[in-house]
Design a protein around this ligand. Sequence first.
Ligand code: SAM
Length: 288
Amino acid sequence: MEDKRLYSPKQIKRVLDKYGFTFSKSLGQNFLIDGNIVRKIVEEANITKETYVLEIGPGMGTLTEELAINAKKVIAVELDRKLLPILDETLDDYDNVEVVYGDILKIDVRQLIDEKLSGGPIKVVANLPYYVTTPIIGKLLEDGLNISSINVMVQKEVAERMIATPGSKSYGSLSVFVNFYTNPQIVVKVPNTVFMPKPKIDSAVIKLEIKDNLPDIDREKFFKVVKAAFSKRRKTIINALSTYGFDVEKDIIRDALEKSGIKQEERAENISVEDFIKLSTILPPLNI
Ligand code: SAM
C-alpha cells in the first residue's frame, strides 16, 4: 500500500519519468517525498470529513492525496500547466478534489470559497512556494476571507519571524502582522532531506489559527505605524516615527507615545502588538 502512495520515492520517480517532468526553481518546486511529514501536516490541521480545504501548489499531488483521503472537499490551485496532466492521473481515484489552474496571488479567493468550498469556513493547507510566502499569507489574512486556519510549510527562518515575540532578534513587522490576525505556532521543524530536489535551507510547518475577534481599528494606519517603526529598527521609536515623513510634529508623536505607555527611547523590536495598536489609534491621521 505504502508503495502506491505518491510520497513513495518509487511512485515519484515513475511519474517524473513518464511525463519527463523537470523541476522549476523559479516556481519554488520542492516536492515532498516523506510520508511521515505529509501525514503530520494533515494531522496537525485537524482535517475531518466535514472540512473544506484550499491547497496552494499541489505539485504532483502528494499532499493533495492525503488531504483528499481525510477532507470533505479539496480545491488545489496550481500555477504550472505542466503539472495538470500529471495531477489528472495521480488524483484520478479521488472525486472530492478539483485542481484549479492559476496564480493564487491573482485568483479571486473569495469567489473560489463561495463557489467551490460552500462559502467556508475553510482550512488552508500547503507546502508553499517559498518565493511568494509572505504575499500569499498577506493576501489570505488581509482580505477578511472565511478561513479558520492556515497550516503551511515555510522556510524555517520565516516561521521563526512569524512566531517571534517582542525582545527577540526575529521580531519584526511580519511578527506583528501575523500576531495581529492569528495565534501562530511552529508545529514541526523539517530538514531539507524530505524534499526533492533538496532546498538549501531548512523548513518548518507553521499553524496559524485565525482570531475570531479582531480589534476594531484603522488597520491601514496601524500597519503604516508598524512599517515606519521597523523601517529603522536601530533608531528609537520617536526618531523612527518623526523622520519617516508622516508630516506629524515630533511633539505630537511624543505625546501619543506617552499616552500609549511607550517610552520614547524604546526601539520597535521591544514594542508589543497591543502597544502598537494603542499608539496607532492615538496618533492623528497619517498622510502617507
Ligand atoms: N504540494 C507539493 C508537494 O508538497 O510536494 C508541491 C509543493 S512546491 C513547494 C510548490 C508548488 O506551488 C509547486 O507545484 C509550484 O508549481 C506551485 N506554485 C508556485 N507558485 C504558485 C502560485 N503563484 N500559485 C499557485 N501555485 C504556485
